[in-house]
Design a binder for this molecule. Structure first.
Ligand code: ZN
Ligand code: FE
Length: 264
């Protein structure tokens, strides 16, 4: 809603990265999330005469941090990021429950290790237009979740459990456009999930006209994303059948599901 809340816009970057830009209500200043490159962000800001106020980093991977140096050459701004990050560009080190204020809106830091050890997400606990928002980085994607590069399945499962507890009307802003591939996998797990099949058609339409499928609503992820549904019988039975698992504790199912997606 213009004039009331903040705006969020997107810059498409590299092959399938999204750089989210958080803009204040009078469109004079912005935070940028996970700039994997500088030039696209610099020209975007210049064109709109918007001043950069800060950089938010979710985790250390180059496709989320490579643009920081180039931005700092033009703007003297703080770089927020995880306290335990190997990325040496971070000046404001954040941990669980730390707050960040952008133009009167509070963002809370949630530690979500799994994809990397140093992964954090940024949650706005105040109503943002009609919704809450989460900058999820590479932890939660449309219809899927991040690969386990550094953390364990148990860590990633715990991180997704934290996200599941957020308000259902939270908008999820992820770091990549992976939704259709993820939904293809999801449909192979839950072929009888009608909400999932309808979501695939809706998102396919968006991609056909080169629109992002993100942000998506947490309520939709809960209904369609198999990685958030490892307590559901349909997901449990698909995984048990594929891997011959007797143990049905949630993170064991989650771990097997993540492995399945890796080889899908
Ligand atoms: Zn990553
Ligand atoms: Fe990434």
């Amino acid at each position: 809603m213009k004039g009331i809340g903040l705006d969020i816009e997107v810059i498409k970057s590299l092959s399938d990265n999204y750089i989210w830009i958080l803009i204040n209500y009078d469109k004079s200043a912005a935070f940028v999330v996970d700039p994997g490159e500088a030039s696209a962000v610099l020209s975007w800001l210049k064109k709109r005469k918007i001043k950069l106020l800060g950089i938010l980093i979710t985790h250390h991977h180059p496709d989320h941090t490579m643009g920081v140096k180039g931005l700092l050459n033009c703007y003297d701004v703080p770089v927020y990021g995880p306290h335990n990050s190997p990325a040496n560009c971070i000046t404001e080190k954040l941990q669980e429950n730390d707050d960040l204020i952008f133009h009167g809106k509070k963002f809370r830091v949630i530690e979500v290790p799994g994809h990397t050890h140093d992964h954090i997400a940024y949650f706005s606990s105040q109503i943002f237009g009609a919704n809450h928002i989460l900058f999820a980085g590479d932890t939660l994607f449309g219809g899927g979740c991040g690969r386990l590069f550094e953390g364990t399945a148990q860590q990633m499962y715990g991180s997704l459990e934290k996200i599941k507890e957020l308000p259902q009307n939270t908008l999820i802003y992820s770091g990549h456009e992976y939704t259709l591939a993820n939904l293809n996998f999801a449909i192979s797990i839950e072929p009888n999930n009608d909400t999932l099949k309808q979501r695939y058609l809706n998102d396919l339409q968006k991609r056909n006209v080169n629109q992002p499928t993100l942000p998506s609503l947490l309520s939709l992820e809960l209904a369609t994303n198999p990685f958030l549904r490892v307590k559901n019988d349909s997901v449990i039975s698909a995984v048990r059948e594929k891997f011959n698992i007797n143990d049905d504790s949630e993170y064991v199912i989650f771990e097997a599901l993540r492995k399945w997606k890796d080889i899908f």
